[in-house]
Ligand binder design. Structure first.
Ligand code: BJW
Length: 244
């Protein structure tokens, strides 16, 4: 891997990840030709309006994805492992902000982690906002343990039109960051797609894209490396750690 600009020791690193980092673990991405949005319409399954209109359909979609992930016994891959090693060995703060609802980063050992689009393994009550861990199917018959109401349990994920999680913490991490790395995301969905532009506008750090192919915002990154995440992420992390 040529032309890597390594951050100074102690630099604060923020890493944004998307579906591409989990693709080689066996999960579908959203916008690739065989991706999730080629099979179902966003308006039918990934908006609060869809859940209000046809909650059974939305439950069926997420039950199917939860079941698939569990039965295939999917595992974190070399890219997730490399980011966990970076957090452990880098002499400065490393924050991973993931758009992914899977649990591969935490299973790989990353601890400083924000799930900005929520987590698949959680349910939230639409009536009282109580959040619980969830592994099996979800249905309208499920009762919230906190408020006792039925019908309102939903996947604790962020749908279009909803506010992503922990935006204040993410924004202040970006403002303080010296080195921003975007991995496996197409740059189609805001606010995450706007992070690189924000970094550029503030002039506050080096920006790097690691992806299979140039993303929508590719021209905004100062540095880019293209290839499968399991190859380029471990190589890129090794280069950063070599400089320590
Ligand atoms: C590989 C690889 C390999 C493949 N190795 N790489 C008009 C203009 C601007 C914005 C808007 C607008 N109209 C509406 C909006 C806002 C809207 C939005 O962005 N819409 C766009 C479609 C235009 N955004 C929202 O509504 C968000 N909320 C919001 O903005 O609130 C306002 C607010 C903002 C800030 C502060 C306060 C308030 C919410 C967005 C919610 C997104 N939800 C989903 C579903 C989650 C649940 C679920 O899983 O079902 O999140 S949609 C889906 O897209 C999912 C993902 O996290 C997200 C991003 O996708 P990602 O990860 O980039 O995947 P792909 O498939 O797109 O790309 C994969 C990439 O990997 C590709 O580049 C491949 O090449 C690459 N790749 N294999 C390396 N092996």
């Amino acid at each position: 891997m040529n032309n890597i600009k390594t951050p100074q020791t102690g630099a604060r690193i923020v890493i944004l990840t998307g579906a591409g980092i989990s693709q080689e673990s066996g999960l579908e991405t959203f916008r690739d030709p065989d991706g999730i949005w080629a099979k179902v319409r966003i308006e039918d399954v990934a908006t609060p309006e869809a859940f209000a209109r046809d909650p059974e359909r939305v439950h069926a979609f997420y039950n199917m994805r939860r079941k698939r992930a569990a039965t295939l016994d999917l595992k974190p891959n070399a890219a997730h492992m490399a980011l966990a090693a970076l957090e452990q060995k880098w002499p400065g703060e490393v924050l991973v902000v993931t758009q992914n609802v899977d649990s591969f980063h935490e299973r790989a050992g990353t601890t400083n982690l924000i799930h900005m689009h929520g987590r698949h393994a959680e349910a939230r009550c639409n009536d009282c906002a109580h959040v619980v861990e969830w592994s099996g199917d979800m249905s309208l018959a499920d009762v919230c343990q906190a408020c006792g109401r039925a019908g309102g349990m939903r996947p604790n994920v962020v749908w279009f039109g909803e506010t992503p999680r922990e935006m204040d913490q993410i924004q202040s991490a970006l403002l303080d960051c010296d080195h921003f790395i975007s991995i496996g995301t197409s740059g189609n969905v805001y606010p995450a797609a706007g992070f690189v532009g924000l970094m550029r506008k503030l002039g506050c750090g080096h920006t790097v894209e690691l992806n299979l192919e140039p993303s929508q915002g590719a021209s905004l990154f100062a540095e880019a490396h293209y290839g499968p995440a399991t190859e380029i992420v471990p190589r890129y992390v090794a280069a950063l750690l070599e400089a320590v």
